[in-house]
Design a protein around this ligand. Structure first.
Ligand code: PLP
Length: 380
């Protein structure tokens, strides 16, 4: 039996060796990065090196990177910090955007998971100059990539600002913030192989941002609180490693594994639904539904077989809740309740796909056999 297969990178990726090494090195440091003595300056150097690495990953200037305690804080800061009173979000946003913008207008998704751009334009026709639009770059459940540069062009034409939650995209596909044309962008370390509890909000030139957390002058007065030096150092190292992997063909190797997994799922269960296949998607994500077989049962059976996958919007609570993303794409309640998310990443190997397929096809055969048996006995 091979080692367990971890296929839940969109929930959290395994830490990269480079990130672990940087984190451990920085943990050995003493001192506060705001102190002017040598100890403080050494801590400061770790932070500034990481800032350069994170900035390079998204094509921004280092001074524009504001470190936070993760993607959730970055999203909350962005939505609260621009002073714009009218919020417009896509219906497929992560809960950390939806909950931070309870009164926001929601732009619907098409069946392929892509935002309805015409609806966005009509929502911005009035009040554009008082609006902040928040649209994610890639969806955490389906991997569907939104046309963010088009969103930004339409928003800009109406005087609106744009925030992009790029938490699931960075490190998986190349991301250039200036080319996207957005004003604010959220990123998180643990989705690309850095430590949990650290992220950043990248703020475009000329954008004023009020801090969410107050009480200190850190991060150029944009985020108060003593910096998490070790976490930030780990983030920087993970960002550099992710950039290196992307430059050497990592995304296409991961896409090949994911495509093979989907090909075999279809061969085993032609009735399986794979969400978002008609749209541009992240190379690593597959959201598969088998109506009638709940996600909970699939996740538990796969776990017993040593395969870890996600279900529903599981990254927030560990509970399997019906996915608002799939419902927004027009999925029925039964389809949404049966969707599992398989997500690969930097350490995924063909053996992981083999193990998933062996376990999932065994589960499918048992389930399909049980259904056929139930039909025969009810007909008798
Ligand atoms: N945005 C998206 C799209 C996510 O998938 C997540 C994490 O699940 C977050 C934001 C929150 O990031 P963090 O876990 O760093 O708070």
């Amino acid at each position: 039996m091979t080692a367990a297969a971890y296929l839940d990178y969109n929930a959290s990726a395994p830490i990269r060796p480079e990130a672990r090494a940087a984190l451990c090195r920085a943990l050995e440091l003493t001192g506060n990065a705001s102190s002017v003595h040598g100890f403080g300056r050494a801590a400061r150097r770790e932070i500034e090196d990481a800032r350069e690495a994170v900035a390079a990953l998204v094509g921004a200037r280092p001074a524009r990177v504001v470190f936070t305690a993760g993607g959730t804080e970055a999203n909350n800061t962005a939505l609260a910090g621009t002073g714009r009173s009218r919020l417009v979000v896509s219906a497929g946003e992560h809960q950390s955007v939806l909950s931070a913008a309870p009164g926001a207008a929601r732009v619907p998704l098409g069946a392929d998971g892509v935002i309805d751009l015409d609806r966005l334009s009509s929502l911005l026709a009035e009040d554009g100059p008082s609006a902040l639009v928040s649209v994610m770059l890639a969806n955490n459940e389906t991997g569907v990539i939104q046309p963010v540069s088009e969103v930004a062009a339409r928003a800009r034409a109406r005087g609106a600002l744009v925030h992009c939650d790029a938490v699931q995209a960075i490190g998986k596909v190349p991301v250039e913030m200036p080319a996207l044309g957005v004003d604010l962008m959220s990123v998180s370390a643990h989705k690309l192989g850095g430590p949990q509890g650290v992220g950043a909000l990248v703020v475009a030139e000329g954008i004023e941002l009020a801090p969410l957390l107050r009480g200190g002058g850190q991060e150029r007065r944009r985020r108060a609180g003593t910096e998490n030096v070790a976490g930030i150092a780990g983030f920087g190292a993970a960002a550099t490693a992710a950039a290196r992997d992307m430059a050497s063909g990592g995304p296409s190797a991961i896409a090949a594994l994911r495509d093979e997994l989907e090909r075999r799922v279809r061969a085993i269960a032609p009735e399986a639904i794979i969400f978002g296949v008609g749209a541009p998607r992240l190379p690593n994500t597959s959201c598969i539904a088998l109506p009638g077989l709940t996600a909970e049962i699939q996740v538990m059976a796969l776990d017993l077989a040593g395969v870890a996958v996600g279900a529903g919007a599981a990254c927030s609570s560990g509970k399997v809740a019906p996915s608002h993303v799939l419902r927004a794409m027009g999925a029925s309640a039964a389809e949404a309740a049966s969707a599992i998310r398989v997500s690969l990443g930097w350490a995924s190997r063909p053996e992981d796909v083999e193990r998933f397929i062996a376990a999932w096809s065994g589960l499918y055969k048992t389930w399909a056999g049980g259904r056929a048996g139930a039909r025969t006995s009810s007909a008798a």
